[in-house]
Write a protein that binds this ligand. Structure first.
Ligand code: NDP
Ligand code: 2IT
Length: 451
């Protein structure tokens, strides 16, 4: 069976690579899932005959479009917009929008593919999608960001809707950008609906949506730690990134008694051995979200910290690592350093931050290791809760949303245990999340026929 499964993966991946050339991130995400599923697929003639995985790896629709807009100097700028509508077996396409210079079709497809399994794990009725643009918001005025968002939506609006496709934020897209996109969408459609999530709290947004990915990550990590009789209390934690997910992961880990000692951005990282407590984090939020500054400015304010330009935080000794910046930000060599320094738990806030080589190191050393599609699902889960509140025209309290988020993360953890526990008792969360996420999508696709 094992050789048959390996052969299945190689044949399947050869087709994926041939059909989707120059898309390394997409190949990486698909291979990981195919490796987890292969033993099931080779044992199940129905899955093979109905080509379920083959269909899941082919987006239902990809929209690529020109985004022309006028900058503050009156010049025309042209960006490329994307929306990958990956899978609608479980509900309307759902997933964030990313604005970053690196955005391309491969990155959009890998994110939409991951989103399909993640959304399935939440148990909420959401299909998988992702969108974005190679627009770089850094250094742009509010006016330029608004102009760009309006042009982006002037094309995208015809492809989305509360029952069709519901975008949200991701890298480079937060409350400000969702506001501008929603405003233009509402203007073009002449409808006030829940077509976007991550909206402002005064106009349809859900309480706790901004916090949800980072908080959910820590709730998931709490469950992982509990399998070894442990908690966050007194643990040293590395966080990478300093955006939405990183800030709220650091906040919740600190509330749970841990000491968070790093944050980063694409220019470098800061190490504060005394810990980034609530007061320091309030400064980080102001610095990043209001002044849109760089993390190196932290050391001007708090001289107890050091800044390391051009480096990533994985060389610092820790118990727990929470990568919360971007894909492939933690490689095999860095994974070995983490393990050598005594790190025993890695939970991903970002999407696919660990390279395949890093994952191999974590699994070989039997770390508690959770892939993003399980551990960062709290963000999209709370987006699902925002959709429910919008449809019902009601607003839940922060306590209600937090309780639902908590129980969704506990449930995802339970699914990972169910499908990922190996013979020796080790929990392979990669396997657990991939199989658990796939099952529901596959059953729905088989029931819905050849579509
Ligand atoms: P933000 O834009 O708020 O923050 C992104 C952070 O990551 C910034 O600190 C940024 O630094 C850093 N970063 C971005 N690109 C790179 C890069 N190429 N190399 C190093 N650092 C980089 O985004 P989010 O916090 O929302 O997203 C972070 C991750 O979490 C992404 O992988 C996203 O897909 C994932 N995620 C987000 C969810 C959400 O609800 N927002 C939900 C689930 C997952 P810099 O300012 O220098 O670019
Ligand atoms: O990667 C993700 O799950 C997100 N960026 C959040 C998507 C959403 O629709 O809330």
């Amino acid at each position: 069976m094992e050789t048959q499964a390996k052969q299945y993966v190689e044949n399947f991946m050869a087709q994926i690579v041939a059909k989707n050339p120059n898309e390394p991130e997409f190949h990486q995400a698909v291979r990981e899932v195919a490796e987890s599923l292969a033993p099931y697929i080779v044992a199940d003639p129905a899955l093979q005959k109905l080509k379920v995985l083959e269909r899941i790896a082919e987006p239902e629709r990809v929209i690529i479009f020109r985004v022309p807009w006028l900058n503050d100097r009156g010049e025309i700028e042209i960006n490329r917009g994307f929306r990958v509508q990956m899978n609608s077996a479980l509900g309307p396409y759902k997933g964030g929008i990313r604005f970053h210079a690196s955005v391309n079709l491969s990155i959009m497809k890998f994110l939409a593919f991951e989103q399909t399994f993640k959304n399935s794990l939440t148990t909420l009725p959401m299909g998988g999608g992702k969108g974005g643009s190679d627009f770089n918001p850094k250094g742009r005025s509010d006016n330029e960001v608004m102009k760009f968002c309006q042009s982006f939506i002037t094309e995208l609006y015809r492809h989305i809707g509360q029952d069709t496709d519901v975008p949200a934020g991701d890298i480079g897209v937060g409350g400000r950008e969702v506001g501008f996109m929603f405003g233009q969408y509402k203007r073009l459609r002449d409808e006030f609906t829940g077509t976007f999530t991550g909206k402002g709290l005064g106009w349809g947004g859900s309480l706790l949506r901004p916090e949800a990915t980072g908080y959910g990550l820590c709730y998931f990590a709490q469950e992982m730690l509990a399998t070894r009789g442990e908690t966050f209390e007194g643990k040293t934690v590395l966080v990478s990134g300093s955006g939405n997910v990183a800030q709220h992961a650091a906040e919740k880990a600190t509330q749970l008694g841990a000491k968070v000692v790093t944050l980063s951005d694409s220019s470098g990282y800061i190490y504060d051995p005394e810990g980034i407590d609530a007061e320091k984090l309030a400064y980080v939020k102001l610095l990043k979200n209001v002044y849109r500054g760089r993390i190196k400015e932290y050391v001007d304010k708090y001289p107890s910290a050091q800044y390391f330009a051009g480096e990533r935080p994985w060389g610092i000794k820790c118990d727990i690592a929470l990568p919360c910046a971007t894909q492939n930000e933690l490689n095999g060599e860095e994974a070995k350093v983490l393990v050598a320094n005594g790190c025993w738990c890695v939970a991903e806030g970002a999407n696919m931050p660990s390279t395949p080589e890093a994952i191999e190191v974590f699994l070989a050393n039997k770390l508690l290791y959770a892939p993003g599609k399980a551990s960062n699902a709290g963000g999209v889960a709370t987006s699902g809760l925002e959709m429910s509140q919008n449809s019902m025209r009601i607003k839940w309290s922060a306590e209600e949303v937090d309780a639902k988020l908590h129980s969704i993360m506990q449930n995802i953890h339970g699914v990972c245990l169910k499908y990922g526990t190996e013979e020796d008792g080790y929990v392979n969360y990669v396997k657990g999340a991939n199989i658990g996420g796939f099952m529901k999508v596959a059953e729905a696709m088989m029931a819905q026929g050849c579509v």
